[in-house]
Design a protein around this ligand. Sequence first.
Ligand SMILES: O=c1nc[nH]c2c1ncn2[C@H]1C[C@H](O)[C@@H](COP(=O)(O)OP(=O)(O)OP(=O)(O)O)O1
Ligand SMILES: [Mg+2]
Length: 202
Amino acid sequence: MRKFSGERLLVATHNRGKLEEIAKLLEPFGISVISAGDLGLPEPAETDDSFVGNARIKAHAAAQATGLPALSDDSGITVDALGGAPGVYTADWAETPQGRDFVMAMTKTWDKLEAVSAPQPRLAQFRCTLVMAWPDGHDEVFEGVMAGQIVWPMRGDQGHGYDPIFQPLGSDQTFGEMDRWQKNQISHRADAFRKLVEGCFT
Ligand SMILES: O=c1nc[nH]c2c1ncn2[C@H]1C[C@H](O)[C@@H](COP(=O)(O)OP(=O)(O)OP(=O)(O)O)O1
Ligand SMILES: [Mg+2]
């Protein structure tokens, strides 16, 4: 496994909520972050039908464009009663001509569960695939998962994306009700990061 030895890591994302969580997760290791969005790099099309495929596209695009090692995060929600949807299309469900609308995406998720009369609890998983890519084409993959249930109505205004309707198993709060520190103790992203840190940063 190849190690990262810098103090500043390029994160191949255009999502500010993700970037803030990643910055906090890397802080204890003395690593700061700069994002592809901050550098004005283009957002590559996520054309694969798997999390790892799309994570590879994003990490390698940023590494090639800059000549620096780059870390990407491809993530989303899989809902059991919806056959694993939205899955890799989690971000797409929020797309509108005016930008992303997560209230719409969360409403759509709940409406689909109602339409199939899904039993309670409406089990789902948040998944995160991290890819660390080097400019020579080498990469490493790390995966994390957090099991929970989809709840309604939405609760909480912290976090980002689908956080207000995702309640981790064993918690009575949604991710939207947790502060970043609490979410970073248990999230899918934190799970993947534990493996990344062990593999690439220590
Ligand atoms: O912790 C999370 N809490 C709430 N929602 C989340 C989370 N993690 C992923 N999600 C949702 C929203 C995001 O839009 C989609 C991932 O799509 P994904 O393509 O990986 O991210 P993105 O397009 O927002 O940013 P980018 O590709 O530039 O990293 O799943
Ligand atoms: Mg994306």
